[in-house]
Ligand binder design. Structure first.
Ligand code: PMP
Ligand code: GLN
Length: 414
């Protein structure tokens, strides 16, 4: 075994997907929709398969199928208000996962520090380590509202002094994930401004994971840190067609950023996977083409999907609140974190176990109640896993019937 693999052999998704497959009747664990991808996307794939050029079954350009990088450049030109070169400012990857992997391999050296905001999408930590870097964690701290109202993901905040104290001459990059998985926090302009100021002051890069960019609720706005003063040149934006078009199995992702950074990502990409499936890229390109013409209009999928998900969120919030599993209302993403404290007495405790309580709870729940969710501690570093063990994460990108079945399980349990 190569030394770089030491200590990173466990993976929460491998573990919990297996548990969910074996035991769950209702799966609100791993994040994926159980409703179909939109018809226009499925039709685009069918068109590419049956009527399209035979070349769509062959290799395409390594750094992105030309129609896809072109339309992504056009789209992001609109979003960022700057001109983009599809060949140098955009690269297509095998999901956002591979985009992240390319970032860390291309930009992080032995001895470099990378700041990660906790709780975080779990793969950041092993990926930084595999690149030889050292992850440095800074927590979002909960400030529960005093009026007895439900907490919101906005109540989880960075302490500005604590954040500043993590930057030093070894800091190479900070990973930002807004909207954040698992909390659903959508960072405000003020919070992003603070991060941006520190990046510029300490000459630090920003790896900005924006896979949930369209999934924001209550009229909130997703602000792109790359659009703040001094940030374009030091930011790599990461996106995912899986999240954008409810087609997580297609594994089409992308990076958008300055050529001075992307040129190194291209080196990793050309020497690892080379390119992502041509036919999937062709269909995603057509999906974006459609969204470009409908931009901001009510028929746009990027307008419709969050509207539908907001209703699902509200439904699950009510249902959890009703049984006393207090939810933290997410401002974005399709995840929701809930407090399991009142249910604790049901679940046998194992004294002196070093497995965090929420993890034991989630395993017990799927085995005994048939309901799958993900423990929040999975989104914390080893050192901080035991600080937050009273929460589990649910995915609400599900059909009404699925959410109803989850609610029935909880009602009966209560
Ligand atoms: N980043 C975040 C924050 C995620 O939640 C996920 C999970 N889908 C990814 C990246 C990976 O995305 P993809 O499925 O496109 O590889
Ligand atoms: N992003 C999804 C989640 O957080 C799935 C991650 C994965 O399968 N690796 O649930």
């Amino acid at each position: 075994q190569a030394r770089r693999l030491e200590g990173i052999d466990k993976n929460i998704w491998v573990e919990f997907v297996k548990l969910a497959t074996t035991y769950s009747k209702v799966n609100l664990g791993q994040g994926f929709p159980d409703f179909p991808a939109p018809e226009f996307l499925r039709e685009a794939l069918l068109r590419a398969l049956s009527g399209g050029s035979p070349m769509l079954h062959q290799y395409t350009r390594a750094f992105g199928h030309p129609p896809l990088v072109k339309v992504l450049a056009q789209f992001f030109e609109k979003l960022l208000g700057r001109e983009l070169d599809p060949m140098t400012n955009v690269m297509v990857t095998v999901g956002a996962y591979q985009a992240l992997f390319c970032c860390f391999q291309a930009l992080v050296d032995e001895g470099d520090e990378v700041i990660i905001i906790e709780p975080f999408f779990d793969c950041y930590e092993p990926m930084v380590k595999m690149a030889g870097g050292t992850p440095v964690f800074v927590p979002l701290r909960p400030n529960p509202p005093k009026d007895g109202k439900l907490m919101s993901s906005a109540d989880w905040q960075l302490d500005p002094a604590e954040l500043a104290s993590k930057f030093n001459e070894r800091t190479k990059a900070i990973v930002l994930n807004s909207p954040n998985n698992p909390l659903g926090k959508v960072f405000s302009r003020g919070e992003l401004g603070l991060i941006a100021e520190l990046c510029v002051k300490h000459d630090v890069l920003c790896i900005s994971d924006e896979v949930y960019e369209w999934l924001v609720y209550d009229g909130k706005q997703h602000i792109r840190i790359a659009s703040l003063q001094g940030m374009w040149e030091r930011t790599v934006i990461i996106g995912s067609a899986g999240k954008t078009f409810s087609a997580t199995g297609w594994k089409v992702g992308w990076v958008v950023g300055p050529d001075r950074l992307l040129q190194h990502l291209r080196t990793v990409h050309q020497n690892s996977v080379y390119h992502c499936a041509t036919i999937a890229q062709e269909a995603v390109a057509q999906g974006f083409q459609r969204e470009l013409t409908l931009y901001g209009k009510p028929e746009s999928y990027f307008v419709q999907l969050p509207k539908e998900l907001q209703q699902k969120r509200d439904w699950l919030v009510q249902s959890l609140d009703g049984v006393g599993m207090k939810p933290i209302i997410p401002e974005g993403t399709y995840f929701l974190v809930a407090d399991i404290s009142p249910f604790k007495s049901d679940v046998p405790d194992v004294p002196n176990s070093d497995e965090p309580y929420d993890s034991r709870f989630a395993k017990w729940m799927v085995k005994n109640k048939g309901l799958a969710a993900i423990p929040l501690s999975a989104f914390y570093s080893e050192a901080h896993k035991n600080n937050y063990t009273n929460f589990i994460r649910f995915c609400f990108a599900k059909e009404e019937a699925t959410l109803k079945a989850a609610s029935d399980i909880l009602q009966k349990w209560k």
